[in-house]
Design a protein around this ligand. Sequence first.
Ligand SMILES: [Zn+2]
Ligand SMILES: [Zn+2]
Length: 138
Amino acid sequence: MEREARCMCGQLSIKVQGEPSVCLVCNCNNCQRRTGSVFGVGAYFLHDQIVDKQGTPKKFHIQSDSGNAIDSFFCSNCGSTLYLEAELFAGMVGIPVGCFTDPDFPEPTMSAWNQSKYHWVKHPEHWINMPQQTPDNP
Ligand SMILES: [Zn+2]
Ligand SMILES: [Zn+2]
């Protein structure tokens, strides 16, 4: 199965094949600021699952709260983040699930950084819940 994610203006797009290796919600402060929402939802695909990429994103480098480096690739025109490369998920590309605009996209299986989760956000109980993201507890 192929799925395409794109930014708001359509200048950037990325097409991936197959299912994500990991799909998780992250409640860290960086994801909160990056999205403007109270948590990020990312699906991680292996690099060889990328079948097409259009446009030239701008790159922003940040050290995550857990000390791991993250490169965020976003549209310089509309500001949408189209994908991320996280040290924690080496060899993979993380795509914000909202950029697929697909309500049938597979459900996340875990939520990270619950210590900075907004108290009124309730993630499903069957998800794996992690208070923090650490190298030993990705
Ligand atoms: Zn755009
Ligand atoms: Zn995060």
